[in-house]
Structure formats: structure tokens, C-alpha cells
Design a protein around this ligand. Structure first.
Ligand SMILES: Nc1ncnc2c1ncn2[C@@H]1O[C@H](COP(=O)(O)OP(=O)(O)OP(=O)(O)O)[C@@H](O)[C@H]1O
Ligand SMILES: [Mg+2]
Length: 331
């Protein structure tokens, strides 16, 4: 994040387009606003366009505006957001949602600062700094023909990649503290610091929703005032994930490996459930699972489950079952 911050500081003062890439919830919006706040046009407008939120047919008039009579219902002229961002920053969120026709209009804007209102006879000129964001891989969109390569080169003069939270786990503690203070103040609450057990769970969790997910979790904790809320949330999420395994799209995907991992995780959970249902009587559990007793012992060891019934001191949402092993002769 420090490297990213350094890069951002340098680029903010130069009027070049910036492309911010990163998963959902990593802070792309915040970075876009910071770029604006540090730019020479910080006194000018910051105009955000959330491309997927505006239906395709309306997006063109929203972005570029229209003249009176341009289409049925256009009773007066209306400037678009591009014009509103004059001498400021135009932030195009989820740029991959622009269709090809709009992409070429944007390309023209980036090339010579000119654009045309719908129904207008002449081009208009604006001075605007364009910042784009996406959580998709535009290179793949280019490959599949849905994103123009020349536009990509234009918007990608400087690229800022927001790292996902799981790649910057060292920041989790500071963020938790920040959100705790922030929401305690905002809601006039006095939620205490999280226990070290729960903090270690948060450090291990892989945060598919990134900072937004962490923020919401802490917000709930502050309002509801109990750590159980967070623990239960994480357990529920953990359970969904083995049905929906985490796949890293950055490199080659090994179908075999991903499937094996998911199967192992599923097997582990089934064994655990059956063991619990039979009060950790392993012979009964083996019978219920229709496998030999020896096979079950092997699987228990292989899955890293405790050999005997355990007593749970405090729920660990990611490893719900193993906490202390108090040996009880179960068989
Ligand atoms: N460094 C940070 N410090 C504090 N809060 C942060 C930080 N980064 C992000 N957040 C918070 O996390 C949430 C998500 O951030 P943001 O909206 O910028 O993400 P995004 O990448 O634009 O997500 P999306 O792709 O879903 O639009 C926001 O509520 C934001 O305030
Ligand atoms: Mg955003």
C-alpha cells in the first residue's frame, strides 16, 4: 500500500488518465477521490459515473448530454457529466460496462478533449482528468472483443492495482482499530477491542469482500456489541465457501487441485458432522459412513481432526471444532 501511495502521489499532480484495478471492496473509490484531492484541479468538481447503475440506453445522454429535440422527450438541452466535470475529475466506475459505441466516444474525449452532445451539430471541448476503475481484467475483455484495445491504452497511462486484503493481512489490525473507533464514535457506542482469539481468526480469513466486508463486520459488532455476531457470520461464510471454492485467476488453474481441495474440505465436514451426531463414537460413525473403523481413523488423522472428542472453549469460526483436546474415551 505504501508503494501504491507513492505512485498515487506522483501521478495525482500530472494530468494523465489513471486506471485503478482491483477486486470489489479494495478501496478504488477512495483512491479515485484522493487522486482528485491532490490534483491541481482539486477545487473543481469530482464527478462520478457508476456505469453499471445507468441503463445502457441512458448512459450516453447521462455522460455526454443532449440538445433540445435530440430525441422524443428531449424538451430542453441537458449537459452530460463529462461537461459537469470541466476542470475537475471524471471518475468512471466499472468502465468495462461501457458498450463499444460509448467506448469510441470516450476515446475521442481522451484523444482531443472533444465530445458531442446527442443531437448537436458541433463538438464541444472540455478539460477533464479521467480516472477509470474496474474489478475486471480488461485484457481479457479485449481478447473477447468487448473492450477496445486503443481505449485501454489511453486510459491505462498509469495503472494502480489495489491489492486484495488477503495480500495485506498486516493491515487488518490497524483497519479493525480504525473502524472500531470510527463506528464507536458514530453510533455513540463503547464496543471493546476484539479478543486476541478473534483477531487471529480475522487475520487468517481470506476476505472475499475485502475492506468493505471487514468494515461491515466491525460495524455490526459495534452496534450489536457481541463477538458472537462476528464468529457466527464467519462460520456461515466458511460453510458457503467449500461449495463455492476460492479460485485464483491470476495464474494457471489446476482443476484437479481445486477439486481435490474442495472434496477434502467437504469430506472433513461430513466426517465431523457424523462424529458429532454419534457423540464421537467412532465405531458407530464408521458404520454410519459405511467405511471401516481403520479407514475412519485414518481419515480423521488425515483431515487434522482431533482423535477424540474435544471440548470447545471458544468457537473459532474458521476451525469450528478443534480447540482443546480433553480426551474422553468415546469408543
Ligand atoms: N484504507 C482504507 N481505510 C478505511 N476504509 C477503507 C479503506 N479502503 C477502503 N475503505 C472502505 O471500504 C469500503 C469499500 O471501499 P471502496 O468503495 O473504495 O471500494 P471499491 O474498490 O470501490 O469497491 P467496488 O468495486 O465494490 O466499488 C468503503 O466503505 C471504504 O470507506
Ligand atoms: Mg467502487
Amino acid at each position: 500500500m505504501q508503494a501504491l501511495r507513492g505512485r498515487m502521489d506522483k501521478v495525482a499532480s500530472a494530468n494523465v488518465p489513471v486506471l485503478i484495478q482491483g477486486e470489489s471492496g479494495t478501496g478504488k473509490d477512495i483512491i479515485a477521490r484522493m487522486i482528485h484531492a491532490q490534483s491541481p484541479w482539486k477545487g473543481g468538481p469530482f464527478v462520478k459515473v457508476n456505469c453499471p447503475a445507468i441503463p445502457g440506453t441512458l448512459l450516453e445522454s447521462e455522460l455526454f448530454g443532449y440538445e433540445r429535440g435530440a430525441f422524443t422527450g428531449a424538451y430542453g438541452a441537458k449537459p452530460g457529466r463529462v461537461e459537469m466535470a470541466h476542470r475537475g475529475t471524471l471518475f468512471l466506475d466499472e468502465i468495462s460496462e461501457l458498450d463499444l459505441a460509448l467506448q469510441s466516444k470516450l476515446l475521442q474525449l481522451l484523444q482531443d478533449g472533444q465530445f458531442c452532445r446527442i443531437g448537436a451539430q458541433e463538438d464541444k471541448k472540455v478539460e477533464v482528468r479521467v480516472v477509470c476503475a474496474t474489478n475486471r481484467k480488461l485484457e481479457e475483455e479485449i481478447e473477447s472483443g468487448t473492450f477496445r484495445q486503443d481505449l485501454f491504452y489511453r486510459i491505462n497511462v498509469v495503472n494502480l492495482r489495489m491489492p486484495p486484503l488477503r495480500e495485506r493481512r498486516g493491515d487488518i489490525e490497524g483497519l479493525v482499530q480504525y473502524f472500531l473507533d470510527h463506528y464507536n464514535q458514530k453510533f455513540n457506542c463503547r464496543a471493546r477491542a476484539l479478543s486476541s482469539e478473534l483477531m487471529s481468526v480475522l487475520r487468517k480469513y481470506h476476505w472475499p469482500g475485502n475492506i468493505r466486508e471487514l468494515e461491515n463486520l466491525i460495524k455490526r459488532y459495534v452496534i450489536l456489541g457481541s463477538e458472537d455476531v462476528i464468529s457466527n457470520d464467519l462460520i456461515a461464510r466458511g460453510e458457503q465457501e467449500f461449495i463455492n471454492p476460492e479460485i485464483n485467476f491470476d495464474g494457471p488453474i489446476s482443476l484437479k487441485k481445486v477439486t481435490r481441495q474442495a472434496t477434502r474440505e467437504l469430506e472433513r465436514k461430513i466426517i465431523l458432522k457424523v462424529l458429532q451426531a454419534h457423540h464421537w463414537n467412532r465405531k458407530q460413525a464408521a458404520r454410519a459412513l459405511n467405511i471401516s473403523y481403520r479407514a475412519l481413523l485414518y481419515k480423521i488423522r488425515d483431515a487434522g481432526l482431533p482423535p477424540n472428542r474435544t471440548v470447545r472453549k471458544r468457537p473459532d469460526p474458521l476451525v469450528p471444532e478443534v480447540v482443546t483436546s480433553e480426551t474422553v474415551a468415546a469408543d
